[in-house]
Design a protein around this ligand. Structure first.
Ligand code: SAM
Length: 244
């Protein structure tokens, strides 16, 4: 659920719902969503809110029936067409749980199209809980006004990532590279960042050998892994993405 806003809220609450939205559709909310709207936001029958399903844009809906544990919405009209985000993916070596959560939340806010966990030699995290990361992305999307969710992929190996063609692979290399400010260009792009301990020398050589790889520098300081991922993504959005 989104964070609790100042009371009374200045804008309508936004809620992600599963299932396809459309004019006249009726949507059954689950207990957590009903609790959020009824008890946290103190909304009852007739109240308006904004909804999105991740595909069809943003819709104005109204609470048609409010029970203690259930709620039904009736969908009225489209308020925004589905958004388009720049074709930029973030391939990141998962770090510890909290920084990974933070990375997913912020990357969603920044407008990333796809998140790909990449397991590298020095990746400490053994497992990635995709469902948890999807929930975090949904909450971030509800908060920041996104109507299309980033897709969050199953973890891949570095070799699998390097076999993806047709996209420029901006490799954040703490060992040096072209400054990000001049390297980033519009077009299908993947940003790759390493784990807490960095890439091994073998991995760096393999990445640099890929024909689509562009090693980039994120400045003179060594950034924490999650800072590097978000700094690179924010820079990309400013230089070649939708901040321009
Ligand atoms: N252990 C490494 C070291 O001490 O050299 C540091 C790894 S850093 C914490 C984690 C990842 O962030 C790196 O693998 C790289 O992808 C990225 N990174 C951090 N600082 C960077 C910089 N100044 N330029 C490019 N990439 C950077």
């Amino acid at each position: 659920m989104p964070a609790i806003p100042a009371w009374p809220p200045k804008s309508l609450p936004r809620l992600f719902v599963r299932g396809r939205l459309g004019e006249g559709a009726r949507v059954e909310l689950d207990a957590a969503q009903a609790n959020y709207l009824g008890n946290v936001m103190r909304l009852g029958e007739g109240a308006e809110l904004l909804t999105f399903d991740g595909q069809s844009g943003e819709w104005l809906a109204r609470i048609a029936q409010a029970g203690k544990k259930r709620m039904t919405l009736s969908v009225e009209r489209l308020t925004r067409e589905p958004e388009t985000v720049p074709d930029v993916w973030l391939a990141f070596a998962p770090v510890k749980r909290n920084p990974t959560d933070w990375l997913v939340e912020k990357a969603t806010e920044l407008g990333v199209a796809k998140l790909i966990p990449v397991m590298t030699r020095r990746t400490i995290a053994e497992r990635v809980k995709l469902e948890r990361l999807q929930t975090i992305a949904i909450e971030a999307a509800e908060q920041c006004g996104r109507s299309v969710l980033p897709s969050i992929e199953q973890p891949v190996s570095l070799a699998e990532l390097l076999s993806t063609n047709g996209r420029t692979l901006y490799f954040a290399d703490e060992g040096g590279g072209e400054p990000a400010a001049s390297a980033f260009k519009q077009g299908p792009s993947t940003i790759l960042t390493g784990p807490e301990g960095g890439f091994t020398d073998d991995e760096r050589s393999a990445i640099r050998a890929a024909s689509n790889a562009v090693p980039v520098s994120l400045g003179p300081r060594i950034l924490r892994a999650e800072t590097a991922a978000l700094a690179a993504l924010a820079s990309y959005m400013a230089i070649a993405g939708d901040w321009r």
